[in-house]
Design a protein around this ligand. Structure first.
Ligand code: UD1
Length: 431
């Protein structure tokens, strides 16, 4: 089994190029099958989740040409089935986008229910309710398969009870070729909502208002070919910004949209870091000990839940006590026990982690409980004194392209090893 071995306590320095946004890619790759012409998607992150969705698309007959590591050409014309098997998508929750895409295009989808990270109960009731509002019948079949079908889909006025990224994107997919117009109220505003809408519009859809809480979709008959480049990954960028902060380093994240990083930049400034924004770069420099602060996760433009574990690691090293309140998911503190084994202090009560900052962490053997928590533990290990081993890195590889390689580019001592022998070699090498 692959694991990371890390020798910490070294400031990270230099610049790192940020890949395309994983969460935008998942929506966009699903949306791409809705045209019967070749669609080229650039800046696709080379991460496991993107490969899973591509293989699911191939599984129903779409033509998928991997032009290079980060570019793919998809043609939905060759699709022969609307049936996505559990085996193909069990690893990713965003397989639900294939329901919206297939239902929107063929008026039928049979898709296995989502898996993904175990960060709390993650229902898709709002997606299904909204498909029904467009006129679909929806059943959950044995084996947890969602079967959605409609004689015709009719535009509707939909008010989401809660702000949901997934439901907002799924409804843009399902409604863009319906008959009549759709209005989505209380829509999510995350950067990747805007990216999926821009992509659909590049294929001929008529979607307005993405990025605000009211999205208006004028139905079109069909979508056409397009070439589109995915936005940079806000969460990957944020993770490297925090890597600079926890190692007291000086790191420039490149090819980013600084506006998308504002909630993270603001917190890092409060914690005493220097943050300098360029046109498409953000530099984070940390000298001396971080200061405590409080964070509360919220839908965009609030502090992203996907940055909560990484920021908690920074706060675990800050002077004073901080409160980390998780208000999006209900089980997102599974990394706390692992952090405690590295010397972190604090306790979780309800949806709040009360973090008592310590001066330093100590290397330990830990396991990644999920994607972002796994990345957070790597950050902790980079800051810690001594060696750490991080197991279950397949979670981290779901969403970070070449994570270890990019960190090595900043001077980190990190390697993937598969045996104690490899680990021993690493220890001898780094001393
Ligand atoms: C997406 C992101 C994920 C991120 C999350 C919040 C993708 C592929 N994943 O997940 O990385 O952590 O947004 O920014 O983009 N909810 C319901 N019923 C529903 C749908 C959602 O109750 O039908 C609840 C969820 O349980 C959660 C909240 O709404 O408490 C927000 O979830 P949502 O925004 O839908 O998250 P995802 O789309 O799953």
């Amino acid at each position: 089994m692959e694991q990371y071995i890390i020798k910490g306590n070294k400031p990270l320095e230099g610049s790192v190029k940020i890949s395309g946004a994983k969460n935008a890619a998942l929506g966009i790759l699903a949306a791409a099958i809705m045209a019967d012409e070749p669609v080229t998607v650039e800046n696709v992150p080379d991460v496991r989740d993107a490969h899973v969705i591509l293989s699911a698309i191939k599984g129903v007959g779409a033509t998928v040409k991997e032009v290079d590591k980060n570019t793919v050409e998809i043609n939905g014309k060759t699709i022969t089935s609307v049936d996505i098997q559990y085996e193909q998508v069990k690893k990713i929750r965003a397989s639900y986008y294939l329901i919206g895409a297939l239902l929107g295009k063929y008026h039928e989808a049979k898709v296995a229910l989502p898996g993904g990270c175990d960060i709390g109960s993650r229902p898709i009731d709002m997606h299904l309710k909204a498909f029904k509002a467009l006129g679909a019948e929806v059943d959950i079949l044995a084996g947890g398969i969602v079967w959605a079908r409609a004689k015709k889909l009719t535009g509707a006025h939909i008010y989401f009870d809660m702000v949901s990224v997934g439901a907002t994107i799924n409804l843009m997919l399902a409604a863009c070729m319906a008959e009549g117009d759709t209005i989505l109220e209380n829509a999510a505003k995350e950067p990747h909502i805007v990216d999926v809408a821009n992509f659909l519009n590049a294929m001929g859809a008529k979607i307005k208002g993405a990025g605000t809480d009211v999205i208006r979709i004028k139905a079109v008959e069909k979508l056409h070919k397009a070439t589109y480049s995915i936005i940079p990954d806000q969460i990957e960028a944020g993770t490297f910004m925090i890597a600079a902060a926890v190692t007291r380093g000086n790191v420039t994240v490149c090819d980013v949209i600084p506006k998308h990083l504002e909630s993270i930049s603001a917190k890092l400034i409060e914690m005493g870091c220097e943050v300098e924004e360029g046109d498409d770069t953000v530099r984070v420099c940390a000298k001396g000990r971080l200061r405590s602060t409080n964070i509360k996760t919220l839908p965009y433009p609030g502090f992203p839940t996907d940055m909560q574990p990484q920021m908690a690691v920074a706060l675990a090293l800050a002077e004073g006590t901080s409160m980390v309140t998780e208000s999006v998911f209900d089980n997102r503190f599974r990394y706390v026990d692992e952090l405690t084994r590295m010397g972190g202090q604090g306790k979780v009560e309800g949806n709040t982690f009360y973090v008592d900052g310590v001066e330093g962490l100590t290397g330990a053997q830990v396991a990644a409980p999920d994607l972002r928590a796994g990345a957070a533990l790597v950050l902790a290990a980079l800051a810690a004194e001594g060696y750490s081993e991080v197991e279950d890195i397949m979670y981290i590889q779901r969403g970070y392209e070449d994570f270890d390689e990019k960190l090595r580019g900043l001077g980190a001592r990190i390697e993937i090893v598969t045996s104690e022998h490899d680990a021993q070699k690493f220890r001898l090498k780094v001393g």
